[in-house]
Design a protein around this ligand. Sequence first.
Ligand SMILES: [Zn+2]
Length: 100
Amino acid sequence: MRLLEEEKVLDIIERVTNEAVEKKQRKYLIQPRIIAEIAALDPVDAELVKHGKWEICSDGYYPYCSNCKNEPQCREMTLFCPNCGARMDKEAEYGRGDKE
Ligand SMILES: [Zn+2]
């Protein structure tokens, strides 16, 4: 996946469509230019943030990660999963079923 800066993409759309209106260009000329300019943007160097929550097995005592299904070795509900790095910012649910 190529991540792009939203601001740059919106600038291209605004600039190309404004020019097209001024020059009274046809739609079939506008779309290829927008697509070509967006394709030429440099990708952003960033990783997608994984999100998860700690869940507790109905028959168990220890939490596990909703993203990778692993228990943390420390058995504490930390802000980030030590196994997969997911940020635990979803609300924890207790008493749900076993690990899938
Ligand atoms: Zn995890």
